[in-house]
Design a protein around this ligand. Structure first.
Ligand code: NAD
Length: 790
């Protein structure tokens, strides 16, 4: 036997990680008092418990307290009690606590890793080398943010008591992603882990006791959906941070509608793993192993759709199959194991069911020849080929070790296939041509893009999705915003629109048509229903009429906004010039607009002139900021740079306020435009003529057709139509509370980003009603990881 033959004949011996310490910890705890509330260990009201078991054997690990609504009340009360002191403590004090948590976790690193593996089933290599070190890094990184708060987020304050709900796939890491930024921002928390994996959160609560976290700052409750719902609906909570399925994310969006709670949702994904023909195939195969078989594929950003360029498909698939045959499926506590069990029998059954359905729909499913352990919830790695884009395996999040493969011919097709999903969490792009990868990355609808890599995470880099993968970012500077609120210059409570005017049928062939039309796709068009609304002057006389927009008009306006490619693709300098030009042209008609304001609102001449002047100034401001509100470069502790790019949200619906009708309208539309969004705006119902006058200026200001669309009519009706429209990506609502709540509840179809004043208007003349707070709403941050070195 020569050396090579010997090498190939070598077998792995068993390399089990010791579990004595974890078993001793399990044996020494009273899990019937597992609720950590106000610094004390409590039993659940009524003494209810739920079982947590070991996925590799199915054996019971513990019976854990199952919190009921009264327990959630107690936890929220404890968090509220601790809030004033904690939020008033200095950044330095909070930094010391965060650092102490990180250091205490380091001292118990191995115990955390073994417990996580026992409870979740993930291979010890992953919990030991990835989950636990990264969780610790989050606490230590965020110690710095606690101290840098005043410097980096001037004028912003912690939102208050935060409810946090997390899934079972990365129990400790998700806890760290949630708790670290909240504490840094001065918030107190009530966190609920998933019912399959409560153990490391209980150990973490012990760490909080030892690290000197003040009582009530961190409260950890255990339980399932009911406990989760009690958190979501609790009136004493100011923000909900949720990680989990898109299905539950939508339930939470609906439940919090109109409550004024801040909300971030980190949901599911169906991420594309794109391999171009000039990629280093061996590296791509290793990336793929990490992309889809890491944590048995139970990863929100798993690269579960392999898109491979036609010419190399056979070669790549052959390599993937060879590699799959060498993946070691077995005990998660063995250091050589690549694939452990799935978390639970229900999850195993779900994965099997989806594979069977995928095969029924035409996919060819291949698995390596291997024997599974006799007990536990194991599943072999699975490769599905011949997958059509509509196949369930290409569309549904399997959350298991299943890779669906499709081929593409050219770059455009790769991008189209990658974006053919309702999700938008992550993507990997593989090519030795960095020009190509950086050409593709901005065109992918995903919050994170890894170039020649996958599953790279760091506490300094934002993580989060587009579309139905949710909204908000976790990590770094971007993540801090989720726990802070800016001081906004609140204006009056907005009353529901009182326009009593009845629709008037439009007269055909009248010599002088005084009805201002809608503005859609750069053209003045009649409303589809052919009705108009009378607009009164301040003195109650007829000032004119505007079109009564309907669902069909909104649909046309959204199509026009979507079709306008030239605006989002224009350079920031170009957008800036157009906004300056618009300001210049408005300035040329300032007197006319001031007179119109006086006529409609009754404002005196000076107030009207001031409003017009401020509107021009605001256009100038956003023209100037269009090429200055830029992304950043993060430098994670890896051989990579992370480009945090600012991208437009997409098509943004804007429901503008009645007060200061010109300034309010411009204060919302201008920042959206500056960042490259296209807009469908519903102007003030009472004073729509300002907006219809404005589109005459827009028409000759080089704004491309479709970049701004204006649909006049009944605010309450049109806001809800915009909210329901699945091709609207963002919705800004500055109208009455009831309409805001209804629109928020109706926005769940595509989980559009809704920004609502909750029935309050702003003092639009205030300097605080302009600037970064608005620009931040107008962008998505995409983190593109670019590795370097040979
Ligand atoms: P899940 O949505 O079923 O449960 C998540 C959490 O929500 C659990 O704690 C659960 O008890 C709780 N919950 C369930 N119903 C609830 C309700 N009606 N109200 C309030 N809380 C409720 O998800 P899961 O099966 O635990 O986790 C898997 C999902 O999580 C996958 O879709 C995955 O993609 C997603 N995930 C996303 C990210 C991310 O950062 N985007 C990270 C990890 C996991």
């Amino acid at each position: 036997m020569n050396i090579l033959e010997r090498y190939h004949a070598m077998e792995y011996g068993p390399a089990p990680e010791a579990r004595n310490e974890a078993d001793a910890w399990l044996a020494g705890r009273d899990f019937s008092k597992a609720l950590f509330i106000g610094g004390d260990w409590k039993a659940a009201g009524g003494g209810k418990t739920f079982d947590t078991s070991e996925p590799s054997s199915g054996k019971l690990l513990a019976k854990v307290s199952d919190a009921n609504a009264a327990d959630i009340d107690a936890a929220v009360a404890a968090a509220a009690k601790a809030l004033p002191k904690w939020s008033a403590s200095s950044g330095y004090q909070r930094a010391k606590v965060l650092y102490a948590i990180g250091r205490a976790m380091q001292r118990h690193q191995r115990l955390f890793a073994v417990l996580e593996t026992i409870d979740n089933g993930k291979p010890i290599r992953e919990s030991r080398d990835i989950d636990v070190p990264l969780a610790i890094r989050h606490f230590i990184h965020h110690a710095g943010w606690a101290q840098a708060l005043d410097r980096d987020f001037p004028g912003q304050k912690g939102v208050g008591v935060v409810g946090q709900i997390i899934p079972w796939n990365f129990p400790l890491l998700m806890l760290a992603w949630k708790i670290a930024p909240a504490l840094a921002a001065g918030c107190t928390v009530v966190l609920k882990p998933a019912e399959f994996t409560p153990l490391t959160s209980i150990l973490f609560a012990e760490i909080c006791e030892r690290a000197g976290v003040p009582k009530g700052v961190v409260n950890i409750v255990q339980g399932g959906p009911e406990a989760g719902a009690a958190i979501v609906n609790h009136p004493g909570i100011q923000k909900i941070a949720f990680t989990g399925s898109s299905e539950v994310g939508k339930i939470i969006r609906k439940a919090t509608a109109g409550s004024g709670k801040k909300l971030s949702l980190e949901l599911g994904g169906k991420s594309a793993f794109i391999v171009f023909e000039d990629a280093d195939l061996d590296s791509a195969v290793e990336g793929l192993v990490d992309g889809i078989w890491f944590n048995q594929g139970q990863v929100c950003c798993a690269g579960s759709r392999l898109l491979v360029q036609e010419g190399i498909a056979d070669a790549l698939i052959a390599k993937v199959k060879t590699r799959m045959s060498r993946l070691r499926v077995g005990s998660p506590l063995d250091k050589n194991t690549d694939i452990g069990p799935l978390v639970d029998l229900t999850q195993l059954d779900r994965v099997k069911g989806l594979i069977a359905e995928g095969a029924r729909q035409g996919a060819v499913c291949w698995q390596p020849d291997a024997t599974l352990p006799s007990s536990g919830y194991y599943h072999l790695p699975t490769l599905a080929t011949g997958v059509s884009p509509a196949n369930i395996l290409a569309q549904e999040e399997v959350f298991g070790p299943v890779l669906a493969t499709m081929t593409f011919r050219n770059t455009e097709e790769a991008i189209e296939l990658a974006n053919n999903t309702r999700y938008g969490l992550a993507a990997s792009v593989w090519s030795e041509n960095v020009n190509l990868t950086l050409h593709v990355a901005p065109q992918l609808k995903a919050g994170v893009v890894w170039v020649n890599g996958t599953n790279m995470f760091d506490a300094a880099c934002g993580f989060g999705g587009y579309r139905e993968s949710g909204f908000g970012r976790e990590g770094g500077r971007e993540g801090m915003f989720e726990y802070l609120s800016a001081k906004l210059p609140l204006g009056p409570v907005i009353k529901p629109a009182t326009s009593s005017a009845q629709p008037v049928e439009q007269a055909d062939g009248v010599a002088i048509d005084r009805t201002a039309k809608l503005f859609i796709g750069g053209k003045q068009v009649r409303p589809d229903g052919n009705y108009s609304l009378a607009v009164a002057t301040a003195k109650g006389k007829l000032a004119g009429e505007v079109g009564l927009g309907s669902r069909k008009d909104i649909r046309d306006a959204v199509s026009a906004a979507r079709a306008c490619k030239s605006w989002p693709e224009a350079t920031a300098y170009n957008r800036s010039q157009v906004l300056y030009y618009l300001a210049e042209n408005l300035s040329g008609r300032a007197e006319e607009f001031a007179a119109r304001l006086t006529e409609l609102t009754g404002a005196n001449a000076k107030a009207a002139r001031d409003e017009v002047e401020l509107s021009i100034e605001r256009l100038f401001l956003y023209a100037g900021l269009a090429d200055k509100f830029e992304g950043r470069v993060h430098q994670p502790p890896a051989r990579a740079v992370t480009l945090a790019l600012h991208e437009p949200v997409g098509v943004v619906g804007i429901v503008a306020p009645d007060d200061q009708p010109l300034l309010g309208f411009i204060s919302l539309v201008a920042p959206a435009l500056a960042m490259g969004n296209t807009v469908v705006a519903v102007p003030s119902e009472r004073y729509p003529l300002l907006a219809t006058d404005l589109y005459q200026v827009i028409e000759y200001s080089d704004v491309p057709a479709g970049a701004v669309n204006i649909v006049t009519g009944r605010t309450a009706e049109l806001a809800v139509v915009l909210a329901k429209h699945d091709d609207v990506d963002g919705l800004w609502l500055f109208t009455d509370a009831d309409t805001c709540a209804k629109a928020e509840a109706e926005s769940i179809g595509n989980l559009k980003r809704v920004w609502s004043g909750n029935g309050r208007s702003l003092d639009w003349a205030s300097e605080d009603a302009a600037g970064d707070v608005f620009l931040r709403r107008a962008i998505e941050v995409k983190n593109v990881w670019v590795p370097y070195g040979d």
